[in-house]
Ligand binder design. Structure first.
Ligand code: ADP
Ligand code: ZN
Ligand code: ZN
Length: 675
């Protein structure tokens, strides 16, 4: 009789919707979760073992099956829980499992090499830390409302299968203090806590507070600024249980943590929680899933909760708590809409706004002007023939950066020297249109000479340490004007900042993207939250040419909650998320036609699935050409999540290939947030 032999089923980092099978010899059978090197085509690939199966040696398929080349690890890197989460995510997001697994694991594990001896030692579980005192002596006294919130959460979290809690607290209401207190007893008991934040580089103060409060607790911080080696070491410290606090951006949700007891998602509404390419997962939604699988509590915090989360509160899926006041004497700022139409503007600012800035400086206080566009001007054109500086690779205009005198495409990064005359009619007098932060900085410097103007955007903070340098200039509390983009919207706490001016919100008010207003509302509230953080009253000026826009009026007059409620009603009327479910199929190619043709084929296949779904499109994408590729999209909608997912399964099971479409790249985005 033939000897039985063993097959392993392996996920590899390629766009394959199946696992690959290889044979192994009896002496080297790897465990599930171990990496192997396997032959693939003419080369070698890394793979992760997901199944081990004994088969009769004479079974027919044996001829095609190749042996693995090497077992790379002595013990599993991913435990059963993490693998189950990744398998769930691959099914839900319709992304190939191998790609999901290898984008979730640290890059250092994508090599077909065994780990060094030092790294292997870090795979051993750490000794449980003794029960130590964690809270510092000088901790703040919680206010009565903070205390009440903490108590409710602790009671709820003690249930056997706790529901997610949404903590809706205005900026500066003390949510972070509640996270800290909630973590304290868990850490004292030797457990681990995972804290997901939007962008760590932008919120250094949060890290300082954690480090100060939990000075004795081993903490790792996972963010994009780490090298592959640093990231891997942090990952290993979490995996061994040694690091008890794991703070990171969205991908930190995949960090192994054997004694995980709580997940906190700070700024749960933030768009950066959604991965926008490759494996397009949502960090918040996977956090909820992970917590559910482990039956541990998850806390979502925000001053401006996502409509999805508010809807989950309405349906009872989440619990809800509100913090409406700032501790001490700090008061939320007064919001005031400034109609730009009757005025002659200077770099986009009205005379009233300029006066308010001056008054602030003369009182010895700080002001911030928020403009979400970097560069000097978003358009350079010829007033005589109408030529404009377009990107050669994208269907967008190039932005003029005055300081470097370059034209830069903000979509593909292409750069070129600024022409000295019109390339079309030789007119030497080219003109700019619109405002960017560079122009604003220049104007404010001229207008308020004697006061520093500090610009914070991606261009002015690209050198290491530059952001910190600028932030510490602001923290001197000297009177000055801060100019900046999105980077200033969250996390920062400047006690002497009393005026915030928000420019150029018309674009979002008039946008056709149904998420634009939600995002605008969140941004306005977040930016406004920078003013009046300490004892001084704050003021916020919103400049717009659409002052009578009903939703803007509602936001300013009644606040975020009624505004969000109104938006939810509008979404319900159209069965838009969260009342319906969307998936977006994107395709791109060197010309538009093949991309559209492939999407038409996909739409036909989806119809053949006989599920109740709507297909909108295919249509060219809002930015039709980007980095030399033409882009098209097909939006799928359904009132039933199941129908949408069954249709996508049907599509993938049948395969997608069409004559004449070989150069087309396409992808599925489940629950898209960006169109
Ligand atoms: P949020 O996370 O809701 O924006 P924070 O937790 O950052 O709010 O608190 C805002 C500010 O108020 C911080 O400077 C914090 O130190 C302070 N603070 C929070 N809770 C209290 C309290 N109970 N007593 C005094 N100050 C507090
Ligand atoms: Zn011209
Ligand atoms: Zn471009």
């Amino acid at each position: 009789m033939d000897q039985p032999s063993t097959l392993v089923h392996v996920a590899i980092p390629r766009p394959l919707h199946t696992l690959l099978s290889y044979s192994v010899t009896a002496g080297e059978i790897p465990a599930v979760g171990v990496r192997v090197a396997v032959p693939l085509g003419k080369g070698v690939s890394v793979g992760l073992v997901l199944g081990v199966e004994a088969v009769a040696a004479d079974s027919e398929s044996e001829f095609a099956i190749k042996p693995i080349q090497a077992v790379l690890d002595t013990e599993p890197l991913a435990d059963a829980h993490l693998l189950a989460l990744l398998e769930w995510a691959a099914r839900y997001y319709h992304c190939p499992l191998g790609e999901v697994i290898f984008s979730a694991l640290p890059a250092a594990l994508r090599k077909t090499k065994p780990l060094s001896k030092a790294m292997q030692r870090l795979l051993k579980p750490a000794a449980q830390p003794a029960a130590i005192a964690v809270e510092p002596d000088n901790a703040l006294q919680l206010t009565a409302s903070q205390q009440a919130c903490l108590q409710s959460i602790q009671t709820w979290n003690a249930e056997s299968t706790p529901r997610p809690v949404l903590l809706h607290g205005i900026t500066g209401s003390g949510k972070t203090e509640i996270y800290l207190r909630l973590m304290t007893p868990l850490l004292a008991a030797g457990k681990q806590v995972l804290v997901i934040v939007p962008e760590i580089g932008l919120t250094p103060q949060l890290l300082t507070r954690f480090a100060h409060f939990f000075a004795e607790i081993p903490t790792v911080c996972l963010h994009s600024g780490l090298s592959d080696g640093e990231r891997f070491k942090a990952w290993l410290r979490a995996r061994s249980g040694q690091a008890q606090i794991i703070i990171g951006t969205r991908s930190a949700i995949f960090t192994p943590a054997p004694s995980l007891a709580l997940i906190v998602i700070d700024e749960e509404h933030d768009a950066s929680l959604k991965q926008q390419d490759g494996f397009r997962y949502h960090g918040r939604d996977l956090a909820i899933k992970r917590a559910q699988m482990l039956a541990i509590p998850v806390l979502l915090g925000s001053a401006t909760p996502a409509l999805e989360s508010l809807y989950n509160v309405q349906t009872g899926r989440y619990r809800y708590l509100r913090l409406e006041q700032r501790p001490g004497s700090a008061r939320p700022p007064a919001l005031q809409v400034q109609d730009t139409r009757p005025f002659e503007l200077q770099a986009g600012l009205t005379p009233d706004t300029l006066q308010a800035l001056r008054n602030t400086l003369l009182r010895g206080e700080q002001a911030m002007v928020f403009l979400n566009r970097r560069g000097f001007a978003p358009a350079l054109y010829c007033p005589s023939c109408g030529w404009q500086a377009d990107c050669a690779h994208c269907s967008v205009k190039m932005t003029w950066h005055a300081r470097r005198n370059r034209l830069v495409c903000h979509h593909c990064g292409a750069e070129q020297a600024t022409p000295t005359e019109c390339p079309s009619c030789k007119n030497p007098q080219l003109t700019t249109q619109g405002q960017g932060t560079e122009r604003l900085e220049l104007l404010l410097q001229n207008h308020f000479s004697g006061f520093p103007v500090v610009r914070i955007d991606r261009d002015s903070t690209s050198r290491k340490g530059e952001l910190e340098e600028k932030l510490s200039a602001v923290r001197t509390n000297e009177p000055l004007i801060l100019v900046g983009t999105q980077m200033l919207a969250k996390g920062h706490d400047f006690p002497n900042l009393t005026l915030v001016v928000i420019m150029d919100i018309d674009h979002a008010l008039l946008s056709t993207d149904y998420r634009a207003l939600e995002r605008l509302g969140q941004l306005l509230v977040q930016v406004a939250g920078r003013a009046g953080r300490a004892t001084k009253a704050g003021q916020v000026i919103l400049q717009t040419s659409q002052p009578q826009h009903p939703l803007l009026q509602q936001l300013v007059g009644q606040g975020y909650t009624p505004f969000a409620k109104q938006l939810l009603e509008d979404r319900a009327r159209w069965s838009f998320p969260p009342y319906g479910y969307h998936a977006l199929i994107r395709a791109s190619s060197e010309t538009l036609e093949p991309a559209l043709r492939l999407l038409e084929f996909i739409a036909e296949r989806l119809k053949a699935s006989e599920q109740v779904i709507q297909c909108l499109g295919p249509v060219p994408a809002p930015i039709e050409k980007r980095a030399n590729r033409y882009r098209a999209q097909l939006l799928l909608g359904s009132k039933q999540r199941g129908a949408l997912h069954t249709a996508l399964d049907f599509l993938l099971a049948g395969g997608v290939k069409l004559r004449g479409c070989s150069g087309v790249r396409w992808s599925i985005d489940v629950d898209p947030v960006d169109f």
